[in-house]
Design a protein around this ligand. Structure first.
Ligand SMILES: *Cc1c(COP(=O)(O)O)cnc(C)c1O
Length: 377
């Protein structure tokens, strides 16, 4: 699905230099490169505070802790996402409220979100799924009206831009009260191990979160709150500092591959190619989808057969996600009715994600698309 080796070969020298710098300094934890990467990312995202942490799941958990959410508070998120989003809500003994997604963007459905709000609702977690921003005009409006926090799960959309109705632009993850991301190797900005970060423009929240990631310490050995130990190590920060300047070109390489997939595969009546209508600009030219995944819907019931066929032909592909969160044993709840999730229940049967990375060449793209068209038509 991704070609991490091919990408590494292109950037070997700069990455190795960064890693050697850490090895030569022995500053493995909280070394200078962590602070340099943090500052670079703040500048890139145009956000006041980036707080690095150990992974994207921790980032979500720490964001929720930082906002002071308490047992019983309801947190609304999408039914169609990676489990990490809802896992941390459960871990903190908050009450997850899963809602259906939009049939075109696969992101949180705005009507379903509105219906799910109760007096106990405290936060909304839009997930910018597969690299495309949720409808943030609507999410922010609803949050304002009901006085709710917005935590953007931006693990899949770092580098994407959102254009608001009034024309202003913001980077994904910097729109809500707080945004989180993951630097897992296969993410769009990936390190060579685990890593994550939290973004916010709120000075007070940033201060709180800086303590939480470090055992609740604001002064050394004085623990004001119960915190966690969640750090981005210096070697990973070195890798990320070397790769950040390439992020925009990586996004563009992904969009180029997506354009070819779109053009070639949309001719089939059995395939729905991804819709990119997240923002209010013409999406062919803007950057509101950074294609963390390129995900088709196969509408003639041949999805599972195609999955097997492609594997036999040596073409990696994956079903993200095969089970709706509301159907998972860990997250099932008698409040949920199947009729509340028509879109997610359909998507889990029809979606298939194709190889998507920065090193796809024309020959590979042609082979992949021809193999798919020959099979589904
Ligand atoms: C990858 C991912 C996470 C978790 O990130 P980790 O670094 O693996 O903990 C959370 N949410 C979404 C949507 C993800 O894709």
């Amino acid at each position: 699905m991704v070609d991490l080796q091919g990408q590494y070969q292109q950037i070997k020298e700069t990455v190795n230099t960064s890693i050697e710098q850490v090895l030569n300094s022995s500053a493995y934890i909280n070394g200078p490169l962590v602070h340099e990467f943090q500052a670079d990312l703040e500048k890139y995202l145009n956000v006041k505070h980036v707080i690095p942490c150990a992974n994207g799941t921790d980032a979500l958990q720490i964001a929720m802790m930082g906002l002071g959410l308490e047992q019983g508070d309801e947190v609304i998120t999408a039914d169609f996402t990676f489990a990490a989003t809802v896992e941390v809500i459960g871990l903190l003994k908050l009450t997850p409220v899963l809602v259906d997604v939009d049939a075109k963007t696969f992101n949180i459905d705005i009507d379903a979100l509105k219906k799910a709000i109760t007096p106990k609702t405290k936060a909304i977690v839009p997930v910018h799924l597969f690299g495309q921003l949720a409808n943030m005009d609507a999410v922010m409006e609803i949050a304002k009206e009901h006085n709710l926090f917005v935590i953007e799960d931006n693990a899949q959309a770092i580098g994407a831009d959102y254009t608001f109705k009034d024309g202003t632009k913001k980077k994904a993850g910097t729109i809500g009260n707080v945004g989180t991301t993951s630097f897992f190797p296969s993410k769009n900005l990936g390190c060579y191990g685990d890593g994550g970060a939290i973004f916010t423009n709120d000075d007070e929240l940033a201060h709180t979160i800086r303590g939480i990631v470090n055992h609740g310490m604001y002064t050394r050995y004085y623990h004001d709150v119960v915190g966690v130990n969640s750090r981005l190590d210096s070697i990973q920060a070195g890798v990320l500092k070397a790769k950040l300047p390439l992020l925009d070109s990586y996004c563009e390489a992904r969009r180029n591959a997506a354009r070819f997939y779109n053009k070639t595969l949309s001719v089939s009546e059995n395939i729905i190619t991804p819709t990119t209508n997240a923002c209010n600009e013409i999406c062919d030219t803007c950057n509101c989808h950074v294609f963390h995944q390129y995900t088709l819907q196969i509408t003639n019931g041949k999805r599972d057969a195609l999955h097997k066929h492609l594997l036999e032909k040596g073409i990696p592909n994956a079903i993200y996600y095969p089970v709706a969160l509301h159907s998972q044993k860990a997250y099932a709840d008698s409040r949920y009715k199947e009729s509340d999730f028509p879109v997610t229940n359909e998507l889990i049967k029809t979606v298939i994600s194709l190889p998507m990375h920065t090193e796809l060449d024309q020959e590979q793209l042609t082979f992949i698309t021809q193999t798919i068209l020959n099979f589904v038509n």
